[in-house]
Design a protein. Structure first.
Length: 309
């Protein structure tokens, strides 16, 4: 095999109360990458589309070429690779754009080189792509993009990430308002110290959310989708966040929150028709406020990154 094409999905990180430890993949949008072996032992980026010219083609500065280089070093290979990256999701959206690119690249190069690593073994390399992208090697985007489904990162040192069961019929509304909230800046405003009272409340919500997913208890999931630490700070960066949240809950959402670091938001819904109504109403609200947006109504993606051909 000399060439391969891979798709990796967008993700919803944190899932409201699980900062840096919970995330799930969604069916769309996502990124596509084509890798082709070359004979001159160099990693080159031959094409990037869909980024509006924002991403560097210099292989020393791009997260895709960075993780491919790390992979090849790990297998002691000097194989040359030509990269084509097709961004089919918005940058700096809170939907795991850099994670999707890194994961697609790693799954592709792993396939090209004979699959020396499992998906779990690729995860630390994908996290290094996040370090380049935003300064922090977190796994709550790359893990679900790589493994699919709902993922819990129990520990970073040592790394311990695994898939959780979840109600399979859930629908997800993802809305991306066209406002700028860089991931690095969104991380900087988070408080480094919190009260024990807030910590206890957050731990209870995380435990309740995991228990609700594992037992298909949507009432428990709904009660647990509450963030008393991160959301109150980051919500200030997202125009009309609380108006969108109230609108979603009033129209039947199980829960609502910020997708990753924002500005995208998401709602979990029991049925697709509820999700479609919420998607329409949130877009309508933003349109009234003269904020352009795009929305997606999908299922949770249980497969993760996949080979297209």
């Amino acid at each position: 095999m000399d060439s391969i094409k891979v798709f990796a999905p967008a993700t919803v990180a944190n899932v409201v109360c699980g900062y840096d430890i919970l995330g799930f993949a969604i069916d769309e949008p996502g990124d596509e990458i084509i890798l082709t072996k070359n004979d001159f032992n160099k990693i080159t980026i031959t094409k990037i589309e869909g980024d509006g010219g924002k991403l560097p083609k210099n292989p020393e500065k791009n997260v895709v070429s960075h993780v491919i280089r790390l992979f090849l070093e790990k297998v002691n290979s000097t194989q040359g690779i030509d990269i084509e990256l097709y961004k089919k999701m918005p940058l700096n959206s809170g939907m795991g754009s850099s994670a999707a690119s890194s994961v697609a690249a790693l799954v592709a190069i792993n396939e090209l080189m004979g699959k020396p690593f499992s998906r779990q073994e690729l995860l630390p390399l994908a996290m290094e792509g996040e370090r380049i992208a935003c300064g922090n090697a977190h796994a709550d985007n790359v893990a679900p993009a790589l493994l699919g489904g709902m993922v819990l990162v129990r520990s970073y040192e040592p790394l311990d990430a695994f898939k959780l069961p979840y109600p399979k019929g859930l629908s997800v509304v993802s809305v991306h308002p066209h406002v700028d909230v860089p991931t690095g800046e969104a991380r900087k405003i988070i408080k480094e110290r919190i009260s024990l009272k807030s910590a206890v409340q957050q731990w209870g919500n995380i435990a309740g959310l995991v228990a609700g997913f594992c037992t298909n208890d949507l009432g428990l999931v709904s009660r647990s989708l509450e963030d008393v630490i991160i959301e109150p700070v980051r919500a200030m960066l997202i125009p009309y966040f609380y108006e969108m949240k109230q609108l979603a809950l009033d129209n039947g959402a199980i829960g609502f929150g910020i997708s990753g670091s924002g500005p995208s938001v998401f709602a979990l819904c029991e049925k697709k028709d509820i999700a479609e109504v919420i998607s329409y109403k949130i877009k309508e609200l933003l349109n009234q406020k003269n904020i352009e947006s795009e929305s997606f109504v999908t299922k949770i993606n249980d497969e993760g990154a996949r080979v297209i051909n």
